[in-house]
Design a protein around this ligand. Structure first.
Ligand SMILES: Cc1ncc(COP(=O)(O)O)c(C=O)c1O
Length: 359
């Protein structure tokens, strides 16, 4: 594989803007968005509010800020927030909910998904010494579970039960676009049960940066004030908003290609010794690859890198591959070939070590 160009499947955040997107960004009309005078940011916010069918939307630098604003706007310090196992807000947002909103997380269910009953049993009775539970957060698609999509009937049941108990509901929809393409359910319908929804333009949609928090006008205005307080009030941000608008218009339908590439990558690993992929669970652009106990993920990652494949370890024996705009159908198959070679290389080392130990 010497000289073969690198295939990078570590994340769909790695995409670089296409030349058409760069052109749209260069041409963007801009103004000072803290004054509310950036026409491109204002247009993007109106478009995202329309797509998610919420009253208003706020452009924010990151998905993390979108989620954290949603938590801050719908809780009080000391409250509990119910999340699924391995939720991004709990694993990958640097403890922000504790630091910025003073809330604590309670995990419901396992594998990222949970039922209404599992959510209800995570709510403390509410005596004077119990924390108050004010919010439930769902993630769709669910990143760490391998990009799986919440069945919408289950979402509706969980949110309906949350409402009965007086909880607000937030959707971490960093990859809601993928969930919509995979399920055929419009984004607005997937977002409908929730008070707030965050969506990202910088993942599969391929924009260089940016997310949005969508909700009622009142919540979004409160979030706008907090965004400024947290240092996220950006000035001529229309340059970034233009990338997001371009992504929204041109890169949503093509997510189906990433999903097909993920399936092809998974299928190409079939029969590789020491590797297991649950192909039925590959429904969007993320593939979890499980390795046998003789194949430490860190070793496979470095062997793969030497063969021109960048892939992430997500556990001692788990890899994650993510398909995106910069991975073609051919590259997806090449990625599987390079991974198989890396696995064979690490397995061979193990055999050689065992033999030298025995002799
Ligand atoms: C499910 C999910 N939510 C939120 C985020 C946070 O996005 P950002 O990296 O823009 O803060 C990510 C990032 O990958 C994610 O996968």
């Amino acid at each position: 594989m010497g000289g073969a160009s690198l295939i990078d499947v570590r994340s769909d955040t790695l995409t670089r803007p296409t030349s058409a997107m760069r052109q749209a960004m260069a041409d963007a009309e801009v103004g000072d968005d803290v004054y509310g005078e950036d026409p491109t940011a204002v247009a993007l916010e109106a478009e995202v509010a329309a797509v998610t069918r919420k009253e208003a939307a706020l452009f924010v630098p990151t998905g993390t800020m979108g989620n954290q604003l949603a938590i801050a706007c719908q809780t009080r310090p000391g409250d509990e927030v119910i999340v699924g196992a391995e939720a991004h807000v709990a694993w990958n947002e640097s403890g922000a909910a504790a630091a910025l909103s003073g809330v604590q997380f309670v995990v419901a269910g396992s594998g990222g998904f949970f039922t209404a009953d599992e959510m209800l049993s995570a709510i403390k009775p509410g005596t004077y010494c119990d924390p108050h539970t004010s919010l439930v957060v769902l993630e769709n698609t669910h990143n760490r579970s391998g990009g799986q999509v919440w069945p919408q009937a289950d979402v509706c049941a969980v949110v309906a039960a949350a409402r009965e108990r007086g909880l607000a509901a937030h959707l971490d929809g960093a990859r809601l676009w993928n969930a919509s393409v995979a399920s055929g359910v419009p984004v607005a319908e997937l977002a409908a049960p929730f008070d707030t929804v965050s969506v990202c333009f910088s993942k599969g949609l391929g924009a260089p940066a940016g997310s949005a928090l969508c909700g009622t006008r009142a919540t979004v205005e409160r979030a706008r004030r907090l965004r400024k307080m947290w240092g996220g009030g950006m000035r001529q941000v229309g340059i970034l908003a233009a990338g997001a608008r371009y992504a929204l218009m041109h890169h949503r339908d093509r997510l189906a290609l990433d999903h097909a590439n993920a399936k092809a990558f998974a299928a190409a690993l079939r029969g590789v010794a020491g590797v297991r992929v649950d192909e039925d669970l590959v429904v969007t652009n993320i593939v979890n690859v499980w390795l046998s106990a003789s194949l430490p993920a860190a070793e496979v990652v470095s062997a793969a890198r030497a063969l021109g494949l960048a892939i992430d370890a997500k556990g001692p024996f788990r890899l994650r591959a993510v398909m995106h705009l910069d991975v073609s159908a051919t590259a997806a198959i090449d990625a599987a070939t390079r991974l198989s070679l890396a696995v064979a290389e690490v397995a061979g080392r193990g055999v050689r070590q065992a033999e030298s130990g025995a002799s």
